[in-house]
Design a protein around this ligand. Structure first.
Ligand code: C2E
Ligand code: CA
Ligand code: CA
Ligand code: CA
Length: 280
């Protein structure tokens, strides 16, 4: 390393050091995020492909430390690595249970059908998870059948035995299960039928390719056909224009999530959007 030009070495060392420092500061910050009240959730509506009415929402975590907001795409992997995802995930679960009960009270039968919650594999590995969620369901008097747990295909398949066991226990409690970012991992047909899965979410990367990539089109079409044949609800994520919507409609996709309809909203704006949608 020392043989390298002084500037080059300094540059390399500084940027590496900077990266380590950033990760360390994020992991330290995350440990205090709950007690400092820096976490919040937003809700991205999910609509019916045909009626375009709101059928549910995905709950997305937001972290706003004093230095400014940090993307979950950055802090979630760090929280998974350090273990902070366990208390943070419990906090997220509490929000979901609270919101589910609130909405059902607010809108009754007309309430959007479900709340989607992202769950890390690290949480499924934690044997306190079951008792924690059972307690939360009781405290908030929430209906777990209206809470959909999203686990990414890659995380699910990385340790299929452990994850399958935990997902079955959660399904026994009444929770629904979705495979997130579907198409990016390698689950087999045989595995899919063994899993307690209700919903497949087609990864945004395939939706992106719908218009001009023949391969993406073929994958999306086949995956929708496969999912429906297995009796699953199909959700396409990252839909940003009407061309994508029309294709997905033709392929028989049940639900749509994406900026074309709604961006992630604050809970207040989500409530307004549903009120408008119910009137429409
Ligand atoms: P994800 O689960 O795949 O969530 C969908 C992401 O796509 C969200 O990003 C959402 O804002 C974004 N998105 C939705 N529609 C569109 C669209 O039309 N175009 C584009 N370009 N993007 C769209 P977000 O909120 O930044 O979250 C990123 C990831 O962080 C999530 O990906 C999820 O893996 C993770 N995450 C978020 N909240 C939680 C949480 O509470 N727990 C865990 N474990 N992970 C979370
Ligand atoms: Ca998700
Ligand atoms: Ca996703
Ligand atoms: Ca994703």
């Amino acid at each position: 390393v020392k043989q390298k030009g002084k500037d080059g070495w300094h540059f390399f060392s500084a940027s590496l050091e900077e990266k380590v420092r950033q990760k360390l500061s994020i992991s330290n910050g995350l440990r205090l995020a709950i007690e400092r009240d820096e976490l919040s959730v937003c809700f991205q509506p999910i609509v019916d492909t045909h009626s375009t009415h709101i059928v549910g929402a995905e709950m997305l975590l937001r972290w706003q430390p004093p230095e400014g907001p940090i993307s979950p795409a950055i802090f979630i992997p760090i929280a998974e690595m350090t273990g902070s995802i366990i208390p943070i995930g419990a906090w997220v679960f509490a929000q979901a249970c609270r919101a589910e009960a609130d909405w059902r009270q607010r809108w009754g039968e007309q309430a959007p059908g479900y709340i989607s919650v992202n769950v890390s594999a690290r949480q499924l590995n934690d044997n306190t998870l079951l008792s924690v969620v059972q307690e939360l369901v009781k405290t908030h008097a929430s209906d777990p059948s209206r809470i959909l747990l999203e686990i990414t295909e890659t995380a699910l398949m990385a340790d299929i035995d452990t994850n399958l066991r935990m997902l079955c226990s959660l399904a026994d409690l009444g929770f629904r299960v979705a495979i997130d970012d579907f198409g990016t991992g390698y689950s087999s047909l045989a595995q899919l039928t063994k899993l307690p899965v209700n919903v497949l979410k087609i990864d945004r990367a395939f939706v992106d390719g719908l218009e001009n990539q023949a391969e993406s089109r073929a994958v999306v079409k086949a995956v929708i056909g496969l999912g429906r044949a297995l009796g699953l609800k199909m959700v396409a994520e990252g839909v940003e224009n009407s061309a994508q919507l029309l294709e997905l409609r033709n392929f028989g996709c049940d639900y749509i999530q994406g900026y074309y309809f709604y961006r992630p909203l604050t809970e207040k704006n989500f409530i307004d959007a549903v009120d408008q949608d119910i009137k429409a």
